[in-house]
Design a protein around this ligand. Structure first.
Ligand code: CMC
Length: 422
């Protein structure tokens, strides 16, 4: 028998179906509640609301577990390559050798942007944040591929749009880096691997150690179920706008400091602490002080009430990457000290606040030579396949346009008063 729950409103009772997930997590389907009772549910910030059924990514926030299509993130990070994960997100299974080769070739075949995209980038204000630059370019792409305005109906156009995005996100990211530095653009070289090509377009060379480290970071960012930017991709895409526009919107959502923009803020915070003498406790006190807007960036998560498994992998990598590059970074000790102080603090323990993916990632990006204001672009590079997979699933499911209800708390009907009489 399918489980139902009964809610009682006044004298009336309403039966609502319970939807059960693969791991027995349960959700009450309230989609018909308003029709039956006149009531809507209210959940600002979606703290308790599932927006969809999804088969892509599973998180158990209490236990600190993250899986894509049933594979644990630790195993994927250890054994896989970024493009294998992209394939997994799109096609629900890991590719075999031939499938992976075909997939990589399709991406290569779509690599390269019209020269005009450089003019678009060059025309932007110098002080525009790299995430803003990326969004402008993403939103310009339909201009070079007008058939993408309907990115769904025709399967060939759908895949052309998807491959164009995947192939050229690294190109756009590299262009942004070169533009910021006032350097000549470097054309993509499709004889190189995906990450290798990105590093080559960025720095003019691609050290094997950097390739491996960055590949792992991209895997760790590939998808994270219904986060703010993925939900944006689904929500904006639900109006049937083209995929480039939905991804541009997701990119803007990621830019915010409470989401992907946190990785830049973490490094700025660690630098500020260093310059202020390195006293972690002082900043822990600030983060706890409700009259102080300061928050410990890279800490806390809506879903994880345990250590973020991605942060655990990245933390392990920090020392490895710095050692292999023969680098020392004074903020590493500050970050570790801050983490320890927070984990031992009652305020953070009570609220189950742990380091998230953004806490240590910036230290690695910086070691790779990525400027701090490009960190969120790196996050976007990794998250792109997740956004596409979420959009694709939303369209495959035939989900309706996203359009929440509200509880109106403003003025009730009143008569218009002529301008001169107010
Ligand atoms: N520093 C200090 N206090 C915090 C922090 C923090 N980083 N995060 C949460 N809290 C407190 C918060 O003040 C609240 O306290 P109280 O119950 O006394 O009012 C409690 O913990 C619950 O926090 P919340 O803001 O209600 O939780 P949320 O689920 O709405 O927000 C969050 C989640 C990630 C936005 C938040 O933890 C935060 O602002 N963290 C810092 C920014 C950050 O690192 N963002 C990256 C998120 S993970 C990767 C990504 O999405 O990009």
């Amino acid at each position: 028998m399918n489980e139902t729950v009964e809610i009682k409103i006044g004298e009336e009772s309403f039966k609502l179906p319970v939807i059960v997930g693969s791991y027995q997590e349960k959700g009450i389907d309230i989609s018909k509640l308003r029709g039956m009772s006149g009531y809507v549910t209210l959940d600002t910030g979606f703290k308790n609301t599932g927006s969809t059924r999804s088969t892509i990514t599973f998180i158990d926030g209490e236990k600190g577990i993250l899986e894509h299509r049933g594979y644990r993130i630790e195993q994927l990070a250890e054994n896989s390559s970024f493009l294998e994960i992209v394939y997994l997100l799109f096609h629900e299974k890991l590719p075999n050798t031939a499938e992976l080769a075909e997939f990589e070739q399709a991406i290569k075949d779509h690599t390269g942007l019209p020269a005009q995209i450089r003019d678009v980038l060059n025309a932007l204000p110098d002080d525009l944040h790299p995430m803003g630059m990326l969004s402008v370019m993403l939103n310009s792409l339909p201009g070079f591929m007008p058939e993408s305005l309907d990115s769904w109906t025709d399967e060939a156009i759908r895949w052309k749009t998807i491959y164009t995005l995947l192939a050229n996100m690294p190109v756009m990211a590299a262009y942004i880096y070169r533009r910021q530095k006032g350097l000549e653009y470097i054309d993509p070289d499709t004889s190189l691997g995906y990450v290798e090509n990105f590093l080559n377009m960025t720095f003019g060379s691609a050290d094997a150690k950097l390739v491996e480290s960055l590949d792992t970071l991209l895997i760790l960012h590939a998808d994270h179920e219904q986060n703010c930017s993925a939900s944006t991709a689904r929500f904006v895409g639900s109006s049937h706008v083209n995929l480039f526009a939905a991804i541009g919107a997701a990119n803007n959502a990621l830019w915010g400091p409470l989401h992907g923009g946190a990785n830049q803020k973490v490094l700025e915070m660690l630098e500020a602490i260093r310059q202020d003498g390195g006293d972690a406790d002082k900043y822990i006190q600030k983060a706890k002080d409700k009259s102080d807007p300061f928050r410990l960036m890279g800490f806390g998560h809506r879903v994880y009430k345990n250590y973020d498994p991605r942060a655990r992998v990245i933390k392990k990598y920090v020392d490895q990457v710095l050692d292999s590059l023969n680098l020392e970074d004074p903020v590493v000790d500050i970050a570790k000290g801050l983490e320890q102080a927070a984990l031992n603090d009652e305020y953070f323990a009570q609220r189950k606040l742990f380091p998230n993916v953004d806490f240590y990632s910036g230290i690695i990006y910086r070691a790779l030579g990525i400027p701090v204001n490009m960190f969120t672009v790196m996050f976007a590079l990794g998250r792109l396949p997740g956004w596409i997979a979420q959009w694709k699933e939303m369209r495959e499911n035939g989900e309706p346009i996203g359009r929440p209800r509200q509880i109106y708390t403003g003025e009730t009907t009143r008569d218009y008063v002529e301008l001169g009489q107010r």
